[in-house]
Design a protein around this ligand. Structure first.
Ligand SMILES: O=C(O)CCC(=O)C(=O)O
Ligand SMILES: [Fe+2]
Length: 352
């Protein structure tokens, strides 16, 4: 891919690109934003240095990806409800020092997150990202096929309870702890997404489970779900999938919140660190079976319930009861042939 308005320096071959040649306070040509977008889909996370960006220009950058949104629980900058302030001081953990996708507990999670360094400790406080499509690619056909056949449950109230987050977040927002917990339970019921989803832009098959929000895999024994998730949460930590960014004052990072997971390194206690955050654009996590290579297709797809329903609707059973042995044999042969056809994939293709 070549760019005419920006230049991109890859941070690693797998993930991360540093963008040069843009002043984000003074972008006039929409083609610049378009190239920034393309660089993001290609590299998963992109970085800018020395961008003392004003709130209006920051919002414009967010709007490239959709309308910047208000977050469930982060406080925001005075006068700009879309710009969230994430600050941390002291020894208590900030809870972002685990690998995660942001807000995977939503029906339609955010596609793009943006962070700007506002106040940094003298050293430390780096952020790391990893490439989830690569993590899926490297699993091999056995595990790929298993994961393609299951759904993952993402659960905010479960995660907050498990990690004892309610008290701190309620205090941060100045609300009663119990009311806050009840409100969260009401607003965020558990959410199932396919464990592997297609990226909405690149269509790549992408691992979509993470260690903060994913509670279990559906359709397999709970013990096996725990073990598999533990294995996957280890797998995403492979250094080959990762990059690490050392922040400077006014650095900006933009990441693709499906293609990557991130981890905020907490090594700067008790010093202060403050970031300005914005999120924009949504996607609905979906898996298009037609994009799955034959060697990864889970066995369960060959006789899925919807394939069964399709068969039932085309067979006239009362007529079959009166048919001759030859006719029955012919229908049997057709059924046998149909067993080998992936009807869901055919139906999906017919819809396009
Ligand atoms: O503080 C950071 O570097 C990242 C925190 C985080 O997880 C986020 O902003 O979504
Ligand atoms: Fe995050």
């Amino acid at each position: 891919m070549s760019f005419s308005h920006i230049s991109v320096e890859p941070l690693t071959p797998t993930i991360g690109g540093i963008i040069h040649g843009v002043d984000l306070n003074a972008v006039k040509n929409p083609a610049v934003y378009e190239e920034i977008k393309q660089a993001l889909w290609k590299h998963g996370v992109i970085f800018f240095r020395n961008q003392p960006i004003k709130p209006e220009a920051y919002l414009n950058l967010g709007r490239v990806f959709g309308e910047p949104e208000k977050h469930e629980f982060f406080p925001h900058v005075e006068g700009f409800p879309q710009i969230q302030k994430i600050s941390h001081q002291g020894y208590s953990k900030p809870d972002t020092d685990r690998w995660h996708h942001d807000v995977s507990f939503r029906k339609s999670p955010t596609l793009v997150s943006i962070l700007r360094a506002n106040q940094l400790p003298q050293s430390g406080g780096d952020t790391m990202w990893m490439n989830c499509a690569r993590a899926f690619e490297e699993l091999g056909p056995g595990l790929q096929s298993l994961l393609l056949g299951v759904e993952a449950v993402h659960d905010l109230p479960w995660s907050f309870r498990k990690n004892d987050n309610y008290a701190t977040i309620a205090e941060m927002n100045g609300v009663d702890r119990l009311e806050y917990e009840l409100d969260m339970i009401r607003k965020s019921p558990e959410m199932a997404h396919p464990a592997i989803v297609n990226h909405p832009v690149t269509k790549k098959l992408t691992l979509y489970v993470n260690s903060i929000w994913t509670r279990k895999l559906r359709g397999i024994h709970p013990d096996l779900s725990d073990a598999l998730l533990a294995m996957l949460f280890e797998w995403v930590k492979k250094p080959e999938f990762m990059c690490r960014f050392r922040w400077e004052q006014d650095s900006i990072a933009i990441w693709d919140n499906l293609a990557t997971q991130h981890y905020a390194v907490f090594d700067y206690a008790p010093h202060y660190r403050e970031m300005l955050r914005m999120t924009a654009g949504n996607f609905t996590p979906e898996l298009d079976r037609a994009t799955v290579p034959a060697e990864m297709v889970p066995a369960s797809w060959h006789s899925s319930p919807s394939a069964q329903r399709a068969l039932d609707s085309i067979v006239d059973k009362s007529r079959l009861a009166q048919s001759s042995p030859q006719e029955r044999a012919a229908v049997g042969a057709i059924f046998e042939a149909l067993d080998r056809v992936d009807l869901d994939a055919l139906a999906a293709r017919a819809k396009r």
